[in-house]
Design a protein around this ligand. Sequence first.
Ligand SMILES: Cc1ncc(COP(=O)(O)O)c(C=O)c1O
Length: 390
Amino acid sequence: MTTYRLNEVTAVGSDAAERIAKASRRPSSLGATPTGAIALSMGEPDSGTPDRIVEAAVEALRNGRTRYTKLTGAPELQSALAVKMSAKAERVVSPDQIVITHGGSAGLAATILAVINPGDRVLIPEPTYSLYADHLAMAGAEAVWIPNKPDGSLDLRRIQAESAVARMIILCNPGNPSGRIYGVEELRSLAGIMEANPHMLLLSDEAYSDIVFDGAKFLSVLELEAIADQVILCSTFSKTYAMTGWRLGYVVAPAVLADKINLVHRSINGALNTFVQDAALEALETDPATLEKLALSYQLRRDIVVDLLSGEPGISLLTPQGAFYAWVRIDSSLSSDEMTARFAEGGVIVRSGSEYGPSGEGYIRISFATDSDSLKEGLRRFVDVVRSLV
Ligand SMILES: Cc1ncc(COP(=O)(O)O)c(C=O)c1O
């Protein structure tokens, strides 16, 4: 048998892999939570997938739904999503505008690879989900970070100034890690900038759009009808239906772009798991009252975070309006990474703010997608550590 040995030549990755490694702010591995520590770091619901959805997958498997489906996704699921998206957009969204993807992650990646060229400038309001910059690095594009204003809103003036030479802007709304929702007025102003720059695309990652608090109005980019042909929405079954491990997401785009996104998606993934798509159809049947109850359960945990952290010297945060994250500023001379290590030593695992963009230095992301007892104990430890830091 021939043995190949890696040497300086064979061990070198592609330029794309090297670019991702250089640009990425994401931790290489989150590792296991040490015994006795409390994890306020997880980006997934604590509840587990509802039984109904699990049963639908089991039944599909028993019924022999184990073969390839269409490369664009199961037609029934595409149609069901088209109905849901039409209701969201308050206009007709047709099935050929829907691409079903391997989680939201692969939907984002396929979108970037399908519409972005090397050298393109892409605006990223931040702090934001860290995967976008990695995808842009993969495509050889340039990420232009645009820090949000202190109240969490978009810096529209800066966006306007950059827009003439930008190919795309990527929003995360509701925000991971900020827990903030962009307001109706600022999104309409952004639409005005987009209209004046028809070369630009708006990619909105709305993974948390069903987790909104205090009856806040959430405006999806699909509702911005005047720029409908510039808008791409990416979402996922992961958060709303607690299906993180099932790996199913979707992209909604103008049909001509959906075709291109699908071309990339199918070149990488081929067809998706048939029985998972059957289960997703069941997930879409979830009644709105159940989804509201779920959002309320996160809101109650949000209240615990705000109650326990507000007024603590050295800590400041804006009240989260959606998703399940609190974005906490800490007055300390330590870096976010150093603080994260100190929190781990104090028995609470959180995420370093620097992961989410240059303006995240000095911040920590807390996830409150955990049971309220663990949350309270985790926050007690968090506050103890902060008192030793400031
Ligand atoms: C904002 C955002 N978008 C996309 C994703 C990826 O979701 P998926 O698990 O469907 O790949 C996540 C996961 O944490 C997220 O927070």
